[in-house]
Design a protein around this ligand. Structure first.
Ligand code: MN
Length: 239
């Protein structure tokens, strides 16, 4: 059994190489009895499970094959694809995990989360997150036409990009206290979001930050853990 952790792929029709890289990853791990954990921002934007497009059909088909080969897929939402629901995942028997999820591998307790909730110094973002993740607001949004949501998502992305330019680098990283709290009942914390791939060791605990997928560098840091609990931080190269 292989546990595979990835995050921040930001798949979209605008970046076919990232999509191709993900499809390649699925075939690479297809015969390894893989438990695939996608820790958010799988997609660059998600406007609803009623969205469909040829590029996405190809991804869904590959996921079906991957699942039929005996592998399991687990998904946690990120700040870009929080609207992705169980309905989409049902097509390939994937499971939507709660925002914070713990899994035991060998003797270690792993805590999984996207990572945006750990960035508590970014007060304006946390305020926005609270509003947009409100089930009532999300419910209203889901009832609006697809074209409206498309425009809205575009607006959000532009605004978020603009505000990121103005924020100091440190504010957009995880907060030390939030991390300590997250590790209180876990040995290892795995998250993405910050795009600062690294393994941090502190007080006998480990924090592994997964890398984002980039066309520019053609690589992404992913994490493989075998059933004995041995982790391997790997570079996934995009073809
Ligand atoms: Mn993110």
């Amino acid at each position: 059994m292989t546990y595979l952790f990835i995050a921040d792929l930001h798949l979209s029709p605008e970046h076919p190489r990232l999509v191709r890289g993900f499809l390649d990853l699925l075939s690479h791990y297809q015969d390894k009895n893989t438990q695939l954990y996608i820790l958010g921002d799988w997609f660059n934007a998600w406007i609803g499970d009623d969205y469909s497009a040829p590029w996405l059909d190809e991804v869904v088909d590959a996921l079906k094959v991957f699942n039929h080969a005996g592998n399991n897929i687990f998904f946690q939402v990120g700040n870009r694809d929080f609207a992705l629901g169980q309905k989409f995942l049902n097509q390939f028997n994937a499971i939507r995990l709660p925002d914070i999820y713990t899994v035991k591998i060998a003797t270690q307790v792993y805590r999984l989360e996207h990572g945006d909730a750990l960035c508590t110094d970014d007060v304006s973002y946390q305020r926005f997150r609270k509003i947009i993740r409100n089930p009532i607001i999300l419910g209203i949004l889901k009832s609006t036409p697809l074209s409206f949501r498309q425009k809205l998502a575009h607006g959000f992305r532009k605004q978020s990009h603009a505000s990121q330019q103005q924020k100091p680098y440190a504010i957009m990283d995880v907060n030390t206290q939030a991390v300590a709290q997250a590790l209180q009942h876990a040995d290892v914390l795995i998250h993405g979001h910050t795009h600062r791939p690294e393994i941090h060791h502190k007080f006998n605990k480990t924090r592994i930050v997964l890398g984002d997928w980039r066309e520019r560098t053609s690589e992404a840091m992913i994490l493989e853990v075998d059933e004995n609990g041995t982790p391997q931080f790997l570079k996934w190269i995009l073809a």
